[in-house]
Design a binder for this molecule. Sequence first.
Ligand code: PHE
Length: 332
Amino acid sequence: MDLDAKIAELKAAFEKDAATVPAEQLKSRYLGREGRVRDLFVLLKSVPPEQKGAAGQKLNGIKAEFERRVEELGRTKAVAAAAGALDLTLPGRAPEFGRRHPIYSTWDAIGRVFMKLGFDVVYGPEIETEANNFEALNIPLDHPARDGFDTFYVEPPYLVRSHTSPVQIRTLRSRKPPIRVIAPGKVFRPDKPDAGHSPMFHQVEGLLVGPGITFAHLKGVLDLFAKSMWGPATSIRFRPSYFPFTEPSAEVDVSCFICGAKGCPVCKGSGWVEILGSGMVHPRVLENCGIDPEANTGFAFGMGVERIAMLKYGIPDIRRFTENHFAFLKQF
Ligand code: PHE
């Protein structure tokens, strides 16, 4: 076989190996002291003297080419290793498991209590109309909550809802009594962020409407809710309050479940913590939605999920929920 054919054969073998064999091995296999290029140089001896010069040049050429290729391959591998692309000698990395965000696990816990009582879960949009967020809820134009300061406007008549109460309106218009729903969701208010305020937070709205519903039903449902969430020793109290869409209205406190109502920093020594606003649905709200207030009455409530989660887990600052610090989120 002549030298040219042998060189061509060697080149083909090298190309094949270059795809799979590591650079160092390739180097010793082809360029080493007992390598395959060397084997060809040995053949030079049998080449006629007048052809020796040209043959030697050819062999030096292939040697130089292989050296260049081996060096190139080594460099590519070093770059890949530096980029962490593929180092099969490293131990495997265990995947991190995702967890439920504390807001959503609190939301689930609240939902479970009301679902057991037969409440449906309904949702409304975060972009609402002034009509649903205010007018239909009997919040007049001159009410302070209508101030640009308390609501993010998109472009009139659209705004970003400042509470989940507009879902009451949507539900009263789309369902016939008896109505029994909770409506969880995000709400937005242009408050300066601090330990207790966040421009976005979560509420769960509750609404129950039907013939003969009274304040006693509201008390019964909320008492059961508090006992289910914080244990049978929990009690609740109602403080008279004002909301334009409920009459009468009340703010509801639960006995402090941190200190057992003895007084601690969470309840500021009072033994009670406020958890929600509530009341009997205002007759004008029912009328606005085409429901006869003579035939039906109802109650509504709205609670802040962050507040309940902060109390449940002892979280001192509402901003923790949205900072996405893994060390914080990992605890739940
Ligand atoms: N929407 C009220 C708020 O955000 C809470 C509320 C809901 C009060 C339903 C009464 C009835 O403060």
